[in-house]
Design a protein. Structure first.
Ligand code: 6R9
Length: 647
């Protein structure tokens, strides 16, 4: 941790939308007069019926509800498209940068995007999609992903995007959970020069999930893919026949907008449900203020639309604000570690938002790949997804931003819809590694294990004590799980699952997950999910998975595996287990280390002592703590002796 301070640069302080004094005043008001404050903010959206109600949420078990602007009516696609046509119809909405630097970028104006969205919305209607229906999207990073999202919102369908790196099994589980009858995909994806067999994966998933009736396929690479008569349709054919006139469906602010599956500490991934009004307001307001987005800027969020960051900060926030948003198909370091900076130069990017894991990987390659590029267009830099180590922060600030660009280290979650604890570039003096202060309307507190609120400088568990517009509304199909997961641990508050320190200046420092969720390259992974995949293998009796510190990925995956009797550990088997997990979940769940063990450290009541497993995976064997409560303490000696060297 570091405590050096980077004050707001003078030029920023002078031209700031929100300076330090305004932040203090508006933040106080957002808490003392939430109704007044939020009804005023809500005016930034285009309502068919303006809301007169703001927050009606209640975190207690008796009156549990999360509800905002409940008498307002609006349409998300109309907010992201129609209302911009008059003033900026010919402005570029989406710049698309393809995977290969030799291929040509695309520039899509608001008018063009509007027409394509209306056509596709009509095509979806013609395929029987109605308001409230769930539509699964399994797509590469191409503009049609944004078209498909917006087309769903235009007719009130609920999209569920599944990241293109997930396996057919994982995809099928998500299709089945929300009972989607329609899947939108592409022939293939293309990332880092490698193709991803998306349509083939959807075909496999459709065999596992009986609900799929229709598959719409976008021609992205032109690969030859099998099409099933009567079930599969080319996107291009549907668009060619469709009418470009499609009235936006009036939606209640509380109507569902999208589902996004995310990992928790237990069970299968949860379908996080966001609703229309509050989410869009949160996306739009945070996008403008946190990135200081101004008319004419070119803004780039280098996430994938398969994650929440892509939803909120590639598509909904920027388009609601009439911004030019850059969408990049590829990866930051292909074909060379200069690629990300070359894209910045090619499109004169003003704001860049990426993940610490990407920065660490690029930093390792040396400064020359950065300094060979210009980057003078950059005005602001952002990070998200995991804690950023001060070393990577300083590199980003000094080498990438040449000391000129504020860094917004934004803490938030799939569940929160948008940024929650974050600097505002014209208001906040920065400390490398700290997400700094809460956004308007966000009231964070730190509690100890018993739920006692900690005041002043302290370290504890991070809770949010009142609702905010972008908060998730439920877990799809399981409202009780929503309450149990987030509101039962510390009654009356939303529990984030993160640990956090607040320093003497009131800065918040997120320390990482305190539950069994690990964060691999900024992607959330439930240890339970990897364990379930492992025990499905015919040789495995039992498995326990923990995270360990990893230089580039933030955390790596370390799996302890007990084999069925009669099975013999071998390197061969280790490799097949790794391949098995990749096939079951996807490459992001690839274990970095697998240790075979005759037994796991368990208490007499049979509970696995993960604390010990974490220490061993970290290589911190000098402080294993008290092992006397274990049913068989000798298990630990074997675990230590056979630790996978340097995972
Ligand atoms: C947006 C997103 C959420 C978890 C969250 C926390 C970690 C995200 C962070 C951060 C430290 C930051 N996290 N941003 N930790 N500093 N700036 O990443 O959503 O995929 O749901 O992950 O990521 O642990 O709880 P999601």
């Amino acid at each position: 941790m570091s405590d050096d301070i980077y004050p707001v640069p003078e030029t920023w302080a002078k031209t700031a939308r929100i300076d330090a004094a305004t932040y203090a005043k508006d933040y106080a008001r957002s808490l003392s007069d939430p109704t007044g404050y939020w009804l005023e903010q809500a005016q930034r959206l285009d309502w068919m019926t303006a809301p007169t109600l703001a927050d009606e949420s209640d975190f207690t078990e008796e009156k549990f509800a999360v509800r905002w602007f409940a008498d307002g009516v609006l349409n998300v696609s109309a907010n992201c498209l129609d209302r911009h046509l008059e003033a900026r119809g010919d402005q570029v909405a989406i710049i698309w940068e393809p995977d290969a630097p030799t291929a040509s970028p695309r520039h899509i104006t608001y008018r063009e995007l509007h027409a394509e969205v209306c056509k596709f919305a009509n095509a979806l209607k013609a395929k029987g999609v109605r308001k409230g229906d769930r539509v699964t999207l399994y797509l590469p990073m191409i503009p049609e992903a944004a078209v498909a999202m917006l087309a769903c919102t235009r007719i009130g369908a609920v999209h569920s995007i599944v990241f293109g790196g997930f396996s057919p099994d994982a995809l099928a589980g998500r299709i089945t959970d929300c009972d989607s009858r329609i899947v939108i995909t592409a022939d293939e994806g293309c990332r880092g020069g490698k193709s991803v067999a998306l349509k083939t994966n959807v075909d496999a998933a459709a065999k596992l999930s009986s609900s799929v009736e229709t598959i719409i396929v976008i021609k992205a690479t032109g690969a030859d893919v099998p099409m099933t008569e009567g079930r599969d349709f080319w996107y291009g054919d549907l668009i060619a026949e469709a009418d470009a006139d499609c009235a936006p469906e009036p939606m209640n602010a509380e109507d569902p907008l999208f589902i996004l599956y995310t990992s928790g500490s237990t069970g299968k991934p949860k379908g996080v449900l966001h609703s229309t009004g509050g989410y869009l307001l949160w996306a739009s307001l945070t996008h403008e203020l946190v990135f200081d987005y101004r008319d004419g800027d070119v803004y780039w969020c280098a996430a994938d639309v398969g994650w929440v960051t892509g939803h909120t900060y590639i598509v909904y926030g920027p388009l609601a604000n009439g911004a030019t948003t850059l969408m990049y198909e590829g990866v930051p370091n292909w074909p060379s570690p200069s690629r990300i900076w070359q894209v910045v130069d090619r499109h004169k990017v003003n704001q860049l938002y990426t993940a610490p894991t990407a920065l660490r990987a690029l930093m390792k390659e040396g400064d020359s790949y950065v300094t060979a590029t210009d980057r003078s267009s950059l005005r602001l830099l952002g990070t998200v997804g995991e804690p950023i180590n001060p070393e990577a922060w300083r590199w980003y600030h000094q080498v990438v931003g040449e000391g000129r660009c504020p860094i917004v280290d934004t803490w938030w979650q799939t569940e929160t819809g948008g940024q929650m604890i974050t600097p505002l570039p014209g208001a906040t003096a920065l400390k490398p590694g700290s997400a700094t202060f809460p956004f308007f309307g966000v009231e964070p507190k730190l509690v100890d294990a018993e739920g006692k609120v900690l005041e002043g400088a302290a370290e504890g568990n991070l809770v949010i004590t009142r609702s905010w517009p972008g908060q998730m509304r439920t877990v799809w199909g399981d409202h009780d799980r929503f309450f149990q997961t987030y509101f039962s641990t510390y009654p009356g508050t939303y529990f984030t699952g993160d640990g956090c320190r607040r320093d003497a200046d009131g800065y918040y420092w997120i320390t990482g997950r305190v539950d069994d969720v690990i964060n691999v390259s900024g992607h959330r992974m439930g240890t339970a999910e990897v364990e379930s995949a492992l025990v499905l293998h015919k040789t495995v009796a039992e498995a326990a998975v923990v995270g360990f510190p990893h230089d580039i990925k933030g955390q790596g995956i370390y799996a302890y595996v007990t084999l069925n009797s009669g099975e013999t550990p071998s390197d061969e088997l280790r490799k097949s287990l790794v391949a098995w997990v990749r096939q079951e979940i996807g490459p992001i769940a690839t274990p970095d280390a697998i240790q075979f063990t005759p037994g796991l450290p368990k208490t007499r009541s049979g509970k696995i002592m993960r604390r010990i497993l974490r220490k061993i995976a970290e290589g911190d064997i000098s402080s294993l703590g008290d092992t006397s409560t274990l049913a068989d303490p000798s298990v630990v000696d074997d675990l230590v002796a056979n630790r996978v060297g340097k995972p």
